[in-house]
Design a binder for this molecule. Structure first.
Ligand SMILES: C[S@@+](CC[C@H](N)C(=O)[O-])C[C@H]1O[C@@H](n2cnc3c(N)ncnc32)[C@H](O)[C@@H]1O
Length: 314
């Protein structure tokens, strides 16, 4: 695996090209992501898995987010960890209602409706949350638990143009798995598998169980400081879970400017945790796309990644 470059730069024509490519991807056409978000994610793929090798990703706090790992890494083997379980029976229930996944009136399974709400209001709330996802790249933390993870996951696969027939739901050694076939834009189809682990990632014991060594450990829109500050998990990543040259791909915390957060994260990697990693930042030219009129990054929480690469030998 080639080493990550310290600071990758994209020039305007490349950005334009990426945006044009993003605009025709199913994820954008079906309004899962805005073109800018999809382009940003696809930019990372050039660094993380340029040759589309089989790729293992461990994703703590994954929720229903398959698309980010697919677009940034072309992941073939996912291990999603979340405190909310993903149940095979519920997945099957929603898969059987594939054509109506977005219609609350026709399909819902244990999703708690407020007694004051009409079905129309409920549907409106759902659509507002889908729009939030398109614009921000993730569901709002308080909104996510309102909807069934299984519904959102299958809806996401649908928006990526995964066919219903390619999806196989299973239960292996007590864990739910979902296999499906998907082609990265302009590439050949590849089989994929997601294994769901029900785990509280703030405790090391549940993080360790049944996980393979990974090309990437990622964290996005985690709601708190994420795995960056969880030294036990980072030590685990360094010693066991990440392959040599493997990457951590992390969205900084929400309540600081991206510059400050980056400093904090760098400090944690290099000083507090004493991880000997190389670091890469998204190119400044691409960041410009994400800034508001005052030059501040628009909500870096949730989709502005920093990346750290494990050295080949520690
Ligand atoms: C805002 S959602 C983001 C989901 C996904 N990463 C994305 O970007 O779309 C945060 C997710 O982290 C999970 N989570 C938060 N704290 C957790 C913890 N301590 N252990 C396991 N999962 C956790 C939540 O259940 C939720 O699915």
């Amino acid at each position: 695996m080639r080493p990550i470059v310290e600071r990758a730069r994209l020039h305007q024509p490349e950005i334009k090209q990426l945006l044009q490519r993003a605009e025709t991807t199913p994820a954008v056409e079906h309004r899962l992501f805005s073109p800018e978000i999809a382009a940003y994610l696809m930019y990372w793929k050039k660094i993380l898995n340029p040759n589309s090798k089989p790729y293992t990703t461990i994703y703590p706090g994954m929720g229903p987010d398959v698309a980010t790992a697919l677009l940034t890494q072309n992941t073939t083997n996912f291990h999603g960890l979340d405190r909310h379980p993903v149940l095979a029976e519920r997945l099957q229930y929603y898969k059987n209602r594939w054509d109506d996944l977005g219609v609350i009136e026709k399909v819902y399974c244990d999703e708690p409706r407020r007694s004051t709400e009409s079905i129309d209001q409920w549907q409106e709330e759902f659509e507002a949350d889908l729009q939030y996802h398109e614009e921000n790249g993730y569901y709002g933390a308080t909104r996510l638990p309102v909807w069934s993870l299984e519904r959102l996951l299958l809806l996401e696969l649908q928006k990526l143009d995964v066919t219903k027939d390619s999806i196989v739901i299973n239960q292996l050694a007590g864990k739910t798995t979902v296999s499906f076939t998907w082609a990265y834009p302009n590439e050949a189809s590849q089989p994929r598998i997601i294994t769901f682990h029900t785990a509280d990632i703030s405790t090391l014991a549940s993080f360790q169980r049944g996980l393979p060594r990974a090309d990437c450990i990622m964290q996005k829109a985690h709601m708190d400081e994420g795995i960056v500050k969880r030294s036990a998990i980072l030590a685990e990543a360094r010693d066991h879970l990440l392959l040599p040259n493997g990457r951590l791909l992390i969205t900084p915390s929400s309540n600081e400017s991206s510059r400050a957060t980056q400093k904090i994260d760098r400090k944690h990697f290099l000083d507090m945790l004493r991880l000997d990693f190389n670091l890469v930042r998204p190119p400044l030219s691409l960041q410009k796309l994400l800034t508001d009129e005052d030059g501040k990054l628009r909500d870096p929480y949730g989709w502005y990644f920093i990346c750290a690469q494990k050295r080949a030998q520690l």
